[in-house]
Design a protein around this ligand. Structure first.
Ligand SMILES: *[C@@H]1O[C@H](CO)[C@@H](O)[C@H](O)[C@H]1NC(C)=O
Ligand SMILES: *[C@@H]1O[C@H](CO)[C@@H](O)[C@H](O)[C@H]1NC(C)=O
Ligand SMILES: *[C@@H]1O[C@H](CO)[C@@H](O)[C@H](O)[C@H]1NC(C)=O
Ligand SMILES: *[C@@H]1O[C@H](CO)[C@@H](O)[C@H](O)[C@H]1NC(C)=O
Ligand SMILES: *[C@@H]1O[C@H](CO)[C@@H](O)[C@H](O)[C@H]1NC(C)=O
Ligand SMILES: *[C@@H]1O[C@H](CO)[C@@H](O)[C@H](O)[C@H]1NC(C)=O
Ligand SMILES: *[C@@H]1O[C@H](CO)[C@@H](O)[C@H](O)[C@H]1NC(C)=O
Ligand SMILES: *[C@@H]1O[C@H](CO)[C@@H](O)[C@H](O)[C@H]1NC(C)=O
Length: 376
């Protein structure tokens, strides 16, 4: 069995912007952390998003700027950051609408802002609950996290917590309201931390706002062997609830050997986390009368889907119930059925880790905001 083990935390920061209708940014909070108030707000030329300074939402930290060498490779909102030389725990307090589902994203670009060339490690918290450990490694220089979360109070705390010698940094915070019946296994199942969100193409540019009206970031993925990319210039109907960008649906992966399955494997961290998968499909080739594309879908431990045929130029999303992957290795296999004359295809895919947040967020009626605290 061939395995392509992905470590998908890859976030390329350039994005594709060509002529599309401007989209509504109502309810978006787009913070360029460390931006001086004099420069706020501005329109990011790459995404068209209006970014503001974070200075009214946090009292601590200092502004830093990446080394000029990074300017060319990264979009404007990531070039300045806030870093935290003081305190173990530093928090942003954001106003949100309680019981509304949000996409909450944060980006971290170190860019040798301090000239020390030492990549920071620290933890990110949502209120009292740990969200993720941020480990900025030398390979990518930039990392991002995002989550689908429904705050139970009208304020949301995003906290950076020092865990070692290095100082926490943050480049941007992006919060977008999202209808609450789309993602997630339902009430009581915790929040969904994005593991990857990808489309299949042999390219390096991300797709994000305005192509994704919710500003999710879709990273291209294409392994060097075994796969072939097909694409279409025809418009694909994406009128369902997922709003997967048409650009992401317009390309797809198939196995280069038509008789072999399409197989995707990845590690989960931690290995014991439940994985929730969304598979986005559309038939993007013109099939002749004597051609069929039909395949079975196998995912570790979950129920199997049989004899699936993607609808022609129309998005169809399959969700698989949350699973624990054996040994932290997940394998998705799309296997052509006997009847099928064409190999399987897949256009885009999202994987989430389910995180349970044991404690609720700070209740604003408490009137207490601990923006810095040494108690942990
Ligand atoms: C957040 O809400 C509080 C209480 O309603 C208000 O005092 C504060 O100004 C708001 N902050 C922002 C940044 O809108
Ligand atoms: C990360 O930054 C270093 C230092 O500027 C650079 O040499 C390296 O190419 C960067 N890596 C990537 C993947 O951009
Ligand atoms: C897919 O890759 C091709 C070749 O690199 C590129 O021309 C095209 O713009 C890419 N499409 C998307 C949606 O990224
Ligand atoms: C889509 O358009 C591009 C540019 O005009 C062209 O190179 C490409 O072959 C077209 N793709 C298909 C599948 O027709
Ligand atoms: C495709 O895979 C089949 C089944 O493993 C194999 O018999 C065949 O030789 C492969 N074809 C090519 C072109 O590699
Ligand atoms: C389908 O029909 C076309 C044209 O008649 C033919 O060239 C092709 O070989 C057929 N394909 C299959 C799988 O039978
Ligand atoms: C489940 O995972 C194991 C170990 O990774 C793998 O060998 C097996 O083929 C997987 N089963 C399915 C149905 O994907
Ligand atoms: C899914 O298919 C695999 C491989 O055929 C099989 O081992 C597994 O029992 C099936 N799982 C379910 C839930 O049907």
């Amino acid at each position: 069995m061939k395995s392509l083990l992905l470590t998908l935390v890859v976030i390329e920061v350039f994005c594709i912007v060509h002529l599309v209708q401007p989209q509504n940014q109502d309810g978006f909070i787009s913070l360029d952390c460390g931006l001086s108030v004099d420069e706020s707000p501005y329109i990011d030329p790459d995404s068209g998003l209006v970014f503001t300074s974070d200075s009214t939402l946090i009292q601590t930290g200092k502004s830093g700027r990446v080394d000029k060498a990074f300017d060319k490779e990264h979009i404007k909102p990531y070039l300045v950051m806030r870093y935290f030389p003081e305190g173990l725990r530093n928090c942003y307090t954001l106003n949100v609408t309680r019981d509304t589902t949000y996409f909450i994203g944060a980006m971290f670009l170190y860019g040798n802002y301090d000239g020390l060339n030492t990549y920071p490690n620290f933890d990110l918290y949502l209120g009292p609950n740990k969200w993720e450990s941020i480990d900025l490694d030398r390979e990518t220089n930039v990392t991002g996290v995002d989550m689908i979360h429904t705050p139970r109070s009208s304020s949301l705390e995003i906290c950076l917590v020092k865990t070692g010698e290095t100082l926490p940094i943050i480049s941007s915070i992006e919060i977008r309201p999202f209808r609450n019946d789309v993602y997630g296994p339902g009430p009581g199942f915790g929040s969904l931390s994005s593991n990857f969100r990808m489309f299949f193409n042999d390219s390096y540019r991300d797709i994000r706002y305005p192509h994704d009206i919710h500003d999710r970031i879709w990273a291209p993925y294409f392994p060097e062997y075994d796969w072939r990319i097909i694409n279409t210039n025809l418009s694909i109907s994406n009128t369902g609830v997922y709003d997967t960008p048409k650009l992401a649906l317009g390309t797809a992966a198939t196995p280069s050997n038509k008789s072999l399955p399409l197989e995707i494997s990845w590690y989960t961290t931690p290995p014991t986390v439940a994985v929730y998968l969304y598979l986005h499909f559309a038939e993007i080739q013109a099939l002749r009368a004597n051609e069929t594309r039909e395949f079975d879908i196998f995912f570790n431990g979950s129920s199997n889907i049989s004899a699936f045929s993607p609808p022609k130029l129309e998005q169809h999303t399959l969700t698989l119930p949350p699973v624990l992957c054996p040994g932290g290795i997940c394998t998705l296999r799309l296997v052509r059925t006997k009847k099928s004359t064409l190999p399987p295809l897949i256009n885009a895919m999202e994987g989430f880790n389910i995180i349970e947040f044991p404690s609720t967020e700070t209740n604003p009626s408490d009137g207490i905001y601990l923006t810095q605290s040494f108690i942990f």
